[in-house]
Design a protein around this ligand. Structure first.
Ligand code: AMP
Length: 597
């Protein structure tokens, strides 16, 4: 177990089927995990609530792109050149480490990546930092860049390199021209995707927190930056802790609780779209069981910001003894679409129709080539092009030249660093009036990018409880019913006298209602409750002698009723069997509270 992991959680995760390191029989490989039956169900449920909130409720479109894409995609996106981490190799044992992590783990520096490789190298030397594995000094070792993408070949041979996607987003961006068609070219529109992403992390660690294959849930919202505004009223009262860049730079700085509206009005969150999604995400994290006392939004420091990003915030949760980024919210401007527009043969703009057609003046030139040819020789064509560019950017240069009685009546253009003067009369300069119905624009992108594995780990950690029931210690997961892997455990008090049969019928009815059911008839009933408590099953139903009309005395319950027990309080109620499916469904969906039964 590596440093910072919660021992109880990791042990419980494996023992009860949440997650385990993959291929353990072959020694296991760091950074790859298999979700067991409980973990896979929990992950599915978390993804489904994300889908409900970020796709369905927001009216967005979900797509499902391949996980391998050809090299040109990542050339355009910048990942091929720039998706690197800093690596430092131990001169003695040869182990490679993330240089910024070596600094963060052993000094007061936070977010060391933002400091740059050179400074990180200096800090390693100043603090005489050593290899975390063998203790050899790392001062003076080169800080190299290591590209995190997994490379492969598409088809036989090596002529067609491909990469496992390091984020799901590019699968959305590359298809933008077609997606815009699906959205009938109307901005704003949002496209979501949940799926695997791969990063060849240098030092995977902290269980599910830093892995090499993980699941991202991303939304790319395409907007017209001049027109589109979010409906902040939908989330303006949501309260969240905001840890500003300023507070991070102050020794006593702390996160402050603000409503989304306050964060916008104060100018703390510069972009209202980002603020909107911070609100949506807060509601979602709370819904899946994240403890809001161990949750905050952290503003990126100046050095962390990508050059194209105006404002970035991370969602962070307190897990493994540390604050960990669980989501990123970025205003990405038109960076992504402009790159694919430039690198591919497709048009990534959208035609923005004006409310009313507008008449605009369009300066044009029609140079007299019979003059330019003899005058400029081989450069004549370039001079003509330069005149055209000048007419668009500075039509007044032509007007002034024509109007100035004192001047020599020429305009000056530069070709290959050389100035050329052309009499304005030879340029064929004119201004035409044209009517335009709209213009082509590159939409801007707002991106909430959530990590599912880190969300799942946070939920397990934050919902982990220990208490004492009838003098016996128990551990349980206080998972919201909506995300719990199993909604209801069904037990016969004993597997005899027809109780087992009746309980199996109850289980089948509940499954038919669409509920996730675990049937268990082995061991003492208390042990069965504990097993379900440990995996977070919110309700258990017990079929006993009263159910089948064979109670020894009336107090044990009416015939045809069963016991329903709530996990958190262990309170029990008797309910008629026929009411079970709908009651449990309402309890799961939050339409009914157990206390109301
Ligand atoms: P990024 O594109 O780096 O901002 O990542 C977006 C989200 O993906 C992060 O907030 C994490 O939740 C998740 N993520 C990124 N890298 C990893 C990783 N190595 N292991 C698990 N989750 C990750």
């Amino acid at each position: 177990m590596s440093e910072g992991e919660s021992p109880d959680l990791t042990e419980l995760a494996k023992r009860r089927g949440f997650f385990l390191q993959s291929a353990g029989a072959y020694g296991g490989v760091s950074g790859f995990y298999t979700f067991g039956p409980q973990g896979a169900a929990l992950k599915d449920n978390i993804e489904n609530t994300w889908r409900d909130r970020f796709t369905v409720q927001e009216g967005n479109m979900e797509i499902d792109a391949p996980t391998i894409m050809p090299e040109p995609v990542f050339e355009a996106s910048g990942h091929l050149d720039g998706f690197d981490d800093m690596i430092v190799e131990c001169p003695d044992c040869g182990e490679s480490h993330r240089a910024d992590h070596v600094v963060e783990d052993n000094t007061d520096y936070e977010e060391a990546e933002a400091l740059g490789a050179e400074r990180v190298g200096e800090i390693i030397a100043e603090y005489e930092l050593v290899c975390p594995v063998c203790g050899t000094g790392l001062a003076g070792q080169a800080i190299e860049e290591f590209n995190l993408m997994f490379e492969t070949n598409i088809g036989p041979g090596s002529s067609s390199p491909g990469y496992l996607r390091p984020e799901t987003a590019q699968g959305i961006f590359v298809e933008f021209p077609q997606l815009a068609e699906y959205a009938r070219n109307q901005l704003p529109f949002g496209v979501t995707q949940v799926g695997r992403a791969y990063r060849n992390e240098i030092s995977p660690r902290k269980s599910l927190v830093r892995v090499r294959e993980f699941t991202q849930a991303e939304l790319e919202l395409f907007i017209d930056p001049e027109e589109d505004e979010p409906d902040l009223s939908a989330v303006e009262d949501v309260v969240a802790p905001f840890y500003s860049a300023e507070a991070q730079e102050d020794d006593d700085g702390e996160a402050r609780e603000l409503t989304i509206r306050e964060a916008v009005d104060e100018g703390l969150v510069a972009d209202p779209w980002i603020a909107y999604y911070l609100g949506v995400a807060t509601e979602w994290y709370e819904r899946i069981g994240v403890d809001m006392d161990r949750f905050r939004f952290r503003q990126h420091l100046g050095g962390e910001l990508a050059h194209y990003a105006a404002d970035c915030w991370d969602a962070e949760s307190y897990i493994t003894g540390d604050w960990v980024e669980i989501a990123g919210f970025a205003y990405r401007s038109d960076y992504d679409l402009s790159k694919h527009d430039e690198y591919s043969d497709e048009d990534y703009t959208i035609f923005k129709q004006y409310d009313e057609p507008v008449t605009v003046e369009r300066p044009t030139v029609d140079p007299d080539m019979s003059y330019l040819g003899p005058e400029f020789g081989g450069a004549a064509g370039d001079v003509a092009d330069a005149l055209e560019t000048l007419a668009e950017s500075d039509p007044d240069a032509f007007r002034d030249a024509a109007d100035d009685p004192e001047g020599d009546g020429t305009v000056t253009v530069e070709v290959d660093g050389e100035s050329h003067e052309v009499p304005v009369g030879q340029t064929g300069f004119a201004v035409e009036e044209v009517t335009e119905s709209g213009e082509h624009i590159l939409p801007h992108v707002v991106e909430p990018s959530l990590g599912i594995d880190r969300a799942l780990y946070t939920v397990l950690d934050h919902c982990y409880r220990e208490d004492e029931i009838d003098g016996e210690e128990r551990t349980f997961l206080e998972l919201p019913a909506e995300v719990a892997p199993t909604t209801v455990g069904v037990f016969p008090l004993m597997d005899r006298d027809g109780l087992g049969e009746r309980a199996r019928e109850v289980a089948a009815d509940l499954r038919e209602q669409g509920l996730s059911v675990a049937y268990d008839d082995s061991g003492a009933i208390g042990r069965r409750y504990r097993r379900q408590d440990e995996v977070g099953t919110p309700f258990c139903v017990t079929v006993d002698y009263a159910t089948v009309g064979e109670a020894r005395d009336e107090d044990e319950g009416e015939p045809g009723t069963v016991t329903v027990r709530e996990r958190d309080t262990t309170a029990q109620r008797r309910l008629p069997i026929e009411e079970l499916p709908e009651t449990l469904e309402a309890l799961r969906d939050g339409d009914l509270e157990f206390a109301e039964l």
